[in-house]
Design a protein around this ligand. Structure first.
Ligand SMILES: Nc1ncnc2c1ncn2[C@@H]1O[C@H](COP(=O)(O)OP(=O)(O)OP(=O)(O)O)[C@@H](O)[C@H]1O
Ligand SMILES: [Mg+2]
Length: 584
């Protein structure tokens, strides 16, 4: 019920959100009203025909001309009504589709403006659901609910007017029985809502279980846990059956009750009509008209109820979309003018302090001076803050204090995109998207095929790509199986193809065999001649040849020097090296 509090505000928000489509929406709503008005006129005309027949029975001769005239008008009215309904649906669904597209576009743009810490705090499924399901729900409610509400309201008013215009006693009779039926169905709806909610919950439960079970299939088999997993599933499955049955039983009562009250309405109108006709107050035509009005009068009530419940889910969905749109964004940097024209590659960290959350420092007081062209290795235990450090260098996150400079220019005075352009990076988490090999490597940049093939063979992927059915044009999707190591090789090739002035490799070769690693290292050495590069690795053999090694622990540099110097020093690095060497 919390949603109801802001119902009006949220609906206003939805309507303001589609400001650009107001014209087309207004046209749709006019059509909705027109279609309602035309539908309501129908019974009146039919009653006119009945009137002709009644008179004909009395006079012994039917005015066929009059009947034909009215019949033609009736056909025209219904045809126009159909046309108006069609245009209503067309206009509303056009507006809804445009709105959906616009909202999805806005949400996607918003993702690019969010700071990375947003993604640390929110789960992917939830955000995905906002962009797809919630937007869809808002658009659909615009499409269906608003049109239906307007159409039903117009029909209701039209029916009332026409009924009172025809005969007020019968009008009250019809309204009375209909309201009684509606009251019953509202009570029933309230009672059954609980069961429908429970059914949705059990359904979600079963879905979640299937998803989890599917994803963790290998673990389930590894631990022979099929039996217990199935037992768990069976419980949820049985629950779903029970709740669905209850919901459908309650829901199933609705139709008979509605039909029954509708039919009782006929009986009431017939009896009252007969009594009135006996006194000469009404003719058969009025009774026939009322039979039809009762039908027309009950349908918009149901339509209104549906429309409002549709609006309710749209309001809930819109709130979720709005929440996302109101998330704090990255600061605007359009005023920043600093840009490095030719990059030398000096990188300075001075007294950098950083923590992801307040009060929890990850990098304590980090200072380092890296000369252009140096190969820098960052080593240290798991959780020391190595990835965090390069994240700061890339401006994925902003330091709490201290500064980072490239060629003497603080990176905070440059635009984020310009900082990203300075570095080619292989992230610790490999990521390939569904696209061709070429798209995955070039990311929209212009690189010739020869160059790509050369890079691929340098990375040890030449043979693999050659065996793919369409070579560079093969789409990397679920049909192409890629090993964890091959994924890493692809991301290295991507960084090579980017050809940026500096390079960051975060555990880039951790899943690759040592021989391939050696090959890549050679290729890298060639590639990084004269370029500043940062290499993070647990496997110390990877970083032996570096110009300088920073040993990081608890967010501070504990030791600096070359491999030989650090070994001679016999400190933390030497210890780590010895332990790895001993294992080998
Ligand atoms: N997105 C994040 N939000 C909050 N805390 C984080 C986040 N990423 C890392 N941390 C924390 O920061 C600390 C340093 O993490 P970081 O990823 O930099 O370590 P690392 O040295 O790269 O470790 P590894 O060798 O395992 O890759 C860890 O204690 C980790 O829990
Ligand atoms: Mg890391």
């Amino acid at each position: 019920m919390r949603n109801d509090v802001h119902f009006g505000r949220e609906v206003k928000g939805i309507l303001l959100g589609c400001k650009r489509y107001w014209g087309i929406i207004a046209a749709g709503l006019v059509c909705a009203m027109l279609s309602a008005a035309l539908t309501v006129i129908g019974p009146h005309l039919i009653a006119r025909i009945t009137g002709y027949i009644e008179q004909g029975l009395v006079a012994g001769e039917i005015d066929l001309g009059g009947v034909t005239r009215v019949a033609f008008v009736l056909i025209a009215v219904y045809a126009l009504g159909g046309l108006a309904t069609y245009f209503q649906q067309f206009a509303m669904s056009t507006a809804a589709n445009y709105l959906g597209r616009e909202m999805r576009g806005e949400l996607m743009k918003k993702i690019n403006r969010l700071p990375l810490c947003y993604f640390d705090r929110h789960n992917f499924g939830d955000t995905l659901s906002r962009i797809t399901n919630d937007v869809d729900s808002v658009a659909q409610s615009l499409n269906v609910s608003i049109g239906n509400i307007v159409n039903a309201a117009a029909m209701l008013v039209g029916c009332l007017v026409m009924m009172f215009f025809t005969q007020w006693v019968m009008a009250f009779t019809a309204i009375g029985t209909t309201l009684l039926g509606s009251l019953l169905s509202v009570i029933l709806m309230k009672c059954s809502q609980r069961y429908f909610n429970r059914r949705q919950e059990s359904l979600a439960h079963v879905n979640a279980h299937v998803e989890e079970y599917y994803a963790g299939q290998s673990v389930v088999r590894l631990y022979n846990a099929e039996e217990s997993a199935r037992e768990l599933f069976d419980g949820g499955n049985e629950n779903l059956r029970k709740n669905t049955l209850k919901a459908e039983f309650m829901g199933g009562l609705m139709m008979p009750i509605m039909t029954l009250t509708g039919n009782l309405g006929y009986v009431a109108v017939c009896i009252v009509g007969a009594a009135l006709a006996f006194g000469g107050a009404v003719g058969f035509d009025a009774i026939v008209a009322f039979m039809l009005y009762i039908r027309l009068f009950t349908s918009p009530l149901g339509q209104l109820a549906n429309g409002f419940s549709g609006m309710q889910s749209a309001v809930a969905a819109n709130r979720r979309v709005r929440e996302f749109m109101e998330e704090e964004e990255l600061s605007d940097e359009s005023h920043k003018k600093e840009k490095l024209q030719s990059v030398k590659g000096d990188v300075t960290f001075s007294h950098v302090r950083f923590g992801y959350e307040e009060g929890k420092t990850v990098i304590g007081d980090f200072s380092a001076e890296i000369k252009a062209g140096q190969k820098v290795a960052i080593v240290g235990p798991t959780g020391a803050g190595k990835t965090t450090l390069v994240g700061l260098l890339m401006r994925f996150y902003e330091p709490n204090s201290g500064r980072i400079e490239v060629d003497g220019v603080p990176i905070s005075s440059m635009k984020r995109e310009d900082v990203h352009d300075l570095f080619g990076m292989v992230l610790q988490d490999t990521w390939l998207f569904e696209g061709t090999v070429r798209e995955n490597l070039t990311y929209g940049k212009q690189v010739s095929d020869e160059k790509l093939i050369e890079i691929l063979s340098l990375c040890g992927l030449g043979h693999f790509v050659k065996t793919l059915p369409q070579g560079l044009d093969t789409v990397l999707d679920d049909n192409v199986s890629i090993s964890a190591g091959q994924k890493q090789l692809f991301t290295i090739a991507r960084a090579m193809a980017e050809d940026a002035p500096m390079l960051i490799l975060d555990e880039a070769t951790s899943s690759v065999d040592t021989r391939t690693e050696l090959k890549i290292r050679r290729a890298m050495d060639e590639l990084t001649v004269g370029r500043t590069s940062f290499v993070i690795a647990h496997r110390l053999s990877t970083v032996q040849g570096s110009d300088v090694i920073l040993f990081l622990k608890d967010g501070d540099v504990k030791e600096t020097g070359t491999h030989e110097e650090l070994l001679r020093k016999g400190g933390l690095y030497a210890e780590l090296y010895k332990s790895q060497f001993a294992r080998a």
